[in-house]
Every structure is written in structure tokens, then in C-alpha cells.
Ligand binder design. Structure first.
Ligand code: PMP
Length: 410
């Protein structure tokens, strides 16, 4: 096997055209990667190439363009299968993103399998996308939503998790990496614990797929959902992985073209996996470009990326901790490259506005985790989330900017 190239962040930055733009006359510093990542030239080229050379609808046409588009679309499915180590390509369903994947499971599997009195277990650190679909289902079915508490350091209370699991637990829906805290949850262990009670497990991998090595067979998760746009691919494409036997047994989600085998007014029969869950013309261009993003990640190597991002995390954590009045929210030992913090007597939004004047893009607010913010008794945090193209010099500018903000706002 070829040894990986040494990680050269400046070479990597050159592949992201947006990083050379100015914001408020300053060099853009993009620290909002947990919301969405920037796109490398190869992903932008894949989109433009599709629309310039072989734009056509897939699966149905017999002409050359349709065949080329179909091949590229299905090649992306194979790339995803490899990226998450799924056993079969039929287990890869293309969606609009994590949110749609979770909703698909809630509507299809949920409506078939959840009855009155059943319990669905989520955690206090879930994104709204992994709360609301289960709340809707529980209300409809008279089922019960239970919540694993978060400890002060931003980890899950595993004792409470063990205590909450029981024979009535039908589903555990858990985030692998928290978008607000950066915590990496021990999902493999949690899945094995849930399976002992016969519960199925859905993993929200919106934040984890880009940072961690993913092997859905090793995790033994039943469902696994993630979004392309957080891993250098375009918006509007995501993936739902499900174990084949579950996907086969579940009722269809949306009706329409592509998901059918035969339609008559008396009876419609449905297509095989994965098409059964892909009604209508899909997001062809973005799905094709997803493969370019996965190839890009592979060409650098997740381990190399993680090493660089962990260095940024350690560097940022050390610098930020030294700032008087700054408190980091989420201090788990297992974290991805994301730091959430608050400043004494200063509202996160005010800091966000001042940092924007310095060309720094980061996220302030509740990060779609309102229950988690409530648990910490805060309105929101300031979140800096790092990607493979970020540098220590950028972190220095952030730290300077925070000192300036404190001076101006307190
Ligand atoms: N779960 C988590 C943990 C997230 O961070 C996000 C995106 N912020 C989502 C779910 C939803 O992802 P999307 O908006 O791409 O569907």
C-alpha cells in the first residue's frame, strides 16, 4: 500500500476556492464547519461536469446520457457503501440529509413497529432532528419518549442509560458526535446494550461521519443517517443506511415514480431495495458529487485529517481556557474538533457579530439543541468547529478577536 502523503494544510487550502475570499476586508476564517463544510474544487467540478456533459434523468432512459448519469449515480452508492463498510449496496438509501433519513425511519419503521406504551430512548444532547420525529411518533402512538441525561462534562450518564433500558424500549436513537459539545458517544457499547433488550438503534451520524472511521457492521447499528454537506459534499444529499432485513420489512415512505415495480388502479407493487425508498427524480448532481467528496477524503486519509484536526482542537482548547471569564461547555475526553464556550456576562450573538467584522465565521446560539442548552442553564454558546483546512494561525486570530470582543462588550 502507498504511504500517505504528509499533510500539507496549505496545499489543501488551495483546493477550496472560497478560502481565498475576503469578508469585511479580512481573510475569511471559516470555523462553522459543524454547520456545513466548504467544498473542494473537485466537488464543484463534479457538479459542473454533470450539468455540462451528461445531465439526464437516471434509471429509465436508454440513451447514452441517461446511462452515463445512472452509472455515476450508482457509483456514488458504491462509494458510500465502502465509506461506511456496509455489507450490501442495497442498504444505502439516498436522502436529502440526516433529517430526512431519521424521518424516514420514524414514519416507516416507527409506524409499523411502535405501539402504545412502547418506549423510545434518546439523549439530552440530541439535535432537534433526532428529537422531533420521535416526539411526533410517540404522540401519534401513545408511546413514551425517555431521555438519557448529560453529565456536567458533556458526556452521557451511562448508568442512567443502563437503568432506562428495559423490555419496553423499542428504539434507541442516539447521536454519535454532539454538534453542540463535540462529545463522541460510545455508540458501539450503547448498541450492544440496547440489543440485549431487543431494541433497535438508530445512529445520528451527521457530525461523526466526517471525523470518525465508520464501520456500520462493526457497530452493528440498525440505522445510520448522515448528510453530505458536512463532509465536503453539496447540500441536498444524504444517506440512510439500514440493515437489509429491516429495510425489506418496512412499509414504503413516499409513493411515486421509481419506487414502484408495477402500478394499476387496483394494486401497486413496489421496487426492490434501495429504490423502494427513493421515490421521484432524485438529486442526481449532488449525489454524484458526493462520491467526489468521499474520494477527496480518502485521498488524504481520515487518520491524517483527524491528526491535524485534533492538534487544532488541543491548541484552541489551551488558548481559550486561558481567557478570563471564558468557560468551555463540553469537556469530554473523547471529542471531535469543536469547541463550544460562553463568556461571562456577554451574549454569544454579540460576540458572533464582532467576530464577523474580523472575517471570522462561527456559530452562536442553541445549535438546534435547545433542551441541551436548558440543561446547562444557558441561552446558547459560541461554537468554533474546525476542518482539515483550518490552521493554528486562524485560531490565534480568533483568540485575539475574543479578547477584543471582551474589551468592547464588557
Ligand atoms: N444531527 C446533528 C447532530 C446535526 O449536527 C445536524 C445538522 N446540524 C443534523 C442532525 C441535521 O442535519 P441536516 O440538517 O443536514 O439534515
Amino acid at each position: 500500500m502507498k504511504a500517505p502523503e504528509p499533510f500539507e494544510v496549505l496545499d489543501i487550502r488551495k483546493q477550496f476556492p472560497i478560502l481565498s475570499r475576503k469578508v469585511n476586508e479580512k481573510n475569511l476564517i471559516y470555523f462553522d464547519n459543524a454547520a456545513t463544510s466548504q467544498k473542494p474544487q473537485c466537488v464543484i467540478d463534479a457538479l459542473s461536469d454533470y450539468y455540462s456533459r451528461y445531465n439526464a434523468n437516471i434509471h429509465r432512459g436508454i440513451h447514452t446520457l441517461a446511462e452515463e448519469a445512472t452509472l455515476a449515480y450508482e457509483a456514488s452508492r458504491h462509494a458510500v457503501q465502502e465509506f461506511i463498510s456496509a455489507a450490501m449496496v442495497e442498504e444505502i438509501i439516498f436522502t436529502r440529509g440526516t433529517t430526512e433519513g431519521i424521518n424516514l425511519v420514524a414514519y416507516s419503521w416507527g409506524r409499523q413497529n411502535i405501539k402504545a406504551g412502547d418506549e423510545i430512548l434518546i439523549s439530552e444532547m440530541e439535535h432537534h432532528s433526532n428529537i422531533v420525529p420521535w416526539q411526533i411518533l410517540c404522540q401519534e402512538k401513545n408511546a413514551i419518549l425517555k431521555v438519557i441525561p448529560v453529565l456536567d462534562d458533556g458526556t452521557l450518564s451511562m448508568d442512567d442509560y443502563q437503568r432506562l433500558l428495559n423490555k419496553k424500549t423499542k428504539l434507541v436513537a442516539i447521536v454519535q458526535v454532539s454538534n453542540a459539545l463535540g462529545t463522541v458517544n460510545p455508540v458501539k457499547e450503547m448498541i450492544s446494550m440496547a440489543h440485549q433488550f431487543g431494541a433497535k438503534v438508530l445512529v445520528d451520524a451527521a457530525q461523526s461521519a466526517v471525523h470518525l472511521d465508520i464501520d456500520v457492521q462493526d457497530l452493528d447499528c440498525d440505522f445510520f443517517a448522515f448528510s453530505g454537506h458536512k463532509l465536503y459534499a453539496p447540500t441536498g444529499v444524504g444517506v440512510l443506511y439500514g440493515k437489509k432485513e429491516l429495510l425489506e420489512a418496512m412499509p414504503v415512505f413516499q409513493g411515486g415514480g421509481e419506487m414502484i415495480r408495477e402500478v394499476s388502479f387496483e394494486l401497486t407493487t413496489y421496487n426492490d431495495l434501495p429504490y423502494k425508498y427513493e421515490a421521484g427524480t432524485p438529486n442526481i448532481a449532488d449525489t454524484i458529487a458526493l462520491k467526489s467528496a468521499l474520494d477527496f477524503i480518502k485521498s488524504i486519509g481520515k487518520e491524517q485529517i483527524r491528526k491535524h484536526e485534533n492538534e487544532l482542537l488541543d491548541y484552541a482548547t489551551r488558548q481559550l481556557e486561558d481567557i478570563p471569564g471564558l468557560k468551555i461547555i463540553g469537556k469530554a475526553t473523547e471529542k471531535v474538533s469543536l469547541v463550544s464556550f460562553i463568556l461571562k456576562n456577554i451574549h454569544p450573538h454579540d460576540v458572533g457579530v464582532l467576530l464577523d467584522h474580523l472575517g471570522i465565521a462561527l456559530r452562536t446560539g442553541h445549535h438546534c439543541t435547545q433542551p441541551l442548552m436548558k440543561r446547562f442553564g444557558i441561552p446558547g454558546t459560541i461554537r468554533a468547529s474546525f476542518a482539515l483546512y483550518n490552521t493554528k494561525e486562524e485560531i490565534d486570530i480568533l483568540v485575539e478577536g475574543i479578547y477584543k470582543s471582551i474589551k468592547m462588550l464588557s
